[in-house]
Ligand binder design. Structure first.
Ligand SMILES: Cc1cc2nc3c(=O)[nH]c(=O)nc-3n(C[C@H](O)[C@H](O)[C@H](O)COP(=O)(O)OP(=O)(O)OC[C@H]3O[C@@H](n4cnc5c(N)ncnc54)[C@H](O)[C@@H]3O)c2cc1C
Ligand SMILES: NC(=O)c1ccc[n+]([C@@H]2O[C@H](COP(=O)([O-])OP(=O)(O)OC[C@H]3O[C@@H](n4cnc5c(N)ncnc54)[C@H](OP(=O)(O)O)[C@@H]3O)[C@@H](O)[C@H]2O)c1
Length: 286
C-alpha cells in the first residue's frame, strides 16, 4: 500500500439518510493505557480472514460537510493487534489531540460502532520471510501493534527457536501495553495448550525508554551499534544464516535499522512476492 491509499476518505453518502455503515463492527472493550495511548476490541466479521501482522482501514463517520451536506467515512490504516485465530479484533491506538480520526476515536465506548474495511494487507507476515532460527521484532511506540498479533500467533513459535522483541518508547508508561501482553502469555492456558506448554520461554523482551528513567535507557539502534543490546540479551549480532526480522516504527527508525541491516548485518529485504531476511512497515505516515 502506498502513502496515498494508506489514509483514505471513502465514497460520500448523503447526510439526510442515517449513515449506512456496511462495514460496522461493535466495540466490545476499551482500555486506556496513558493519556496518549489506548487499545480496544471489536467484533470480527465471520467471513474475515487475515494473516497475523497485517493491517486494515478502520474509522468513524466524519462530520457533515456544511457545503455539500454529505458525510464521509474517515478511515486510517491500523495494524491488527490480535492474532489471526482470535474471534474478535484488537487495535492499539495513539490519541492525537487534533488528529481527524483519533480526536474522536479515543472517546469510543463499549457498544459503539466503528467502520472496518475487510481488506487486510501488509508486509509484516511470516510469508515474506525465508526460514531461520531466530526472529526479531523491532518496534517504537504503537509499532508494537503488529507484534502483539505475531507474539500470539502459533506460526511464530513453529518456525523459530527464539523470538526477540525490542520496544523503544519515550516514556516508561508507553511500554505497559506490550509488557502486560507479554507477561499474560505465561498464564494463557489456551495458547500454552495449542502452541505447547512454556512456549513463551522462547521470548526475549527488550524494552527501552529514551526520555524517562527506566531499567534500560537508549534507542535500540544505538544499543545495537555499541553491542550493548546483544550483550544484555546474550545473543550474537544478526546474521543472514540464522536471523530474520520485522521492523515497525517511525520513518527515521525504520530507515536507520534498514541501513544497519543492509550494511552491517548483510540482511536482504523481503516482500510477500519475494521472501527474504527482513521486512519493514511504517507505524504511521511521516
Ligand atoms: C500501515 C500503517 C499502520 C498503522 N497502524 C497503526 C496502529 O496500529 N495504531 C495507531 O495508533 N496508528 C497506526 N497508524 C497510524 C494511523 O493510520 C493514523 O495516522 C492515526 O490513527 C492518527 O490518525 P488521525 O486522523 O487522528 O491523525 P493523522 O492526521 O493521521 O496524524 C496526525 C499526526 O499524528 C502523528 N501520528 C499519527 N499516528 C501516530 C502513531 N501511531 N504514533 C505516533 N504518532 C502518530 C503523526 O505525526 C501525524 O502526522 C498506522 C499507519 C500506517 C501507515
Ligand atoms: N511520546 C510523547 O510523550 C509525546 C507527547 C506529546 C506529543 N508527542 C508527539 O507525537 C509524535 C510521535 O511521538 P512518539 O513518542 O509516539 O513517537 P516517536 O517520536 O516516533 O518516538 C518513539 C521512540 O522512537 C525513538 N526513535 C525516534 N527516532 C529513532 C531512530 N531514528 N532510531 C531509533 N529510535 C528512534 C524515540 O527516541 P527519542 O526520544 O530519542 O527521539 C522514542 O523513544 C511526535 O510528533 C511527538 O512530538 C509525543
Amino acid at each position: 500500500m502506498n502513502e496515498q491509499t494508506a489514509v483514505t476518505e471513502a465514497t460520500a453518502v448523503p447526510a439526510t439518510k442515517k449513515p449506512a455503515l456496511p462495514d460496522a463492527q461493535t466495540v466490545t472493550q476499551v482500555k486506556h493505557w496513558t493519556d496518549r495511548l489506548f487499545s480496544f476490541r471489536v467484533t470480527r466479521p465471520a467471513s474475515l480472514r487475515f494473516r497475523s501482522g497485517e493491517f486494515v482501514m478502520i474509522g468513524l463517520m466524519g462530520d457533515v460537510n456544511e457545503k455539500t451536506g454529505k458525510q464521509k467515512p474517515l478511515l486510517r490504516a491500523y495494524s491488527i493487534a490480535s492474532p489471526s485465530w482470535d474471534e474478535e479484533m484488537e487495535f492499539y491506538s495513539i490519541k492525537v489531540q487534533d488528529g481527524p480520526l483519533t480526536s474522536k476515536l479515543q472517546h469510543i465506548k463499549v457498544g459503539d460502532e466503528i467502520i472496518m474495511r475487510p481488506k487486510p494487507v501488509g508486509t509484516l507476515v511470516h510469508d515474506a520471510l525465508v526460514p531461520g532460527k531466530r526472529i526479531w521484532f523491532f518496534a517504537t511506540g504503537t509499532g508494537f501493534a503488529p507484534f502483539a498479533s505475531l507474539l500470539r500467533e502459533p506460526e511464530t513459535y513453529e518456525k523459530f527457536d527464539e523470538v526477540i522483541i525490542t520496544h523503544t518508547c519515550r516514556e516508561a508508561g508507553e511500554l505497559t501495553y506490550g509488557a502486560e501482553l507479554i507477561e499474560s502469555l505465561k498464564h494463557d492456558e489456551l495458547l500454552n495448550e495449542v502452541i505447547g506448554e512454556g512456549f513463551w520461554k522462547k521470548i526475549k523482551y527488550y524494552p527501552t525508554t529514551t526520555r524517562e528513567e527506566s531499567p534500560k535507557m537508549g534507542r535500540i539502534t544505538d544499543l545495537m551499534r555499541s553491542g550493548e543490546a546483544f550483550k544484555d540479551l546474550g545473543v550474537e549480532p544478526l546474521n543472514p544464516d540464522t536471523d530474520r526480522a520485522m521492523i515497525c516504527g517511525n520513518m527515521a527508525f525504520n530507515l536507520e535499522l534498514k541501513d544497519l541491516f543492509e550494511n552491517t548485518y548483510n540482511l536482504e529485504e523481503g516482500a510477500n512476492s519475494k521472501p527474504a531476511h527482513y521486512v519493514v512497515e511504517k507505524a504511521f505516515l511521516d
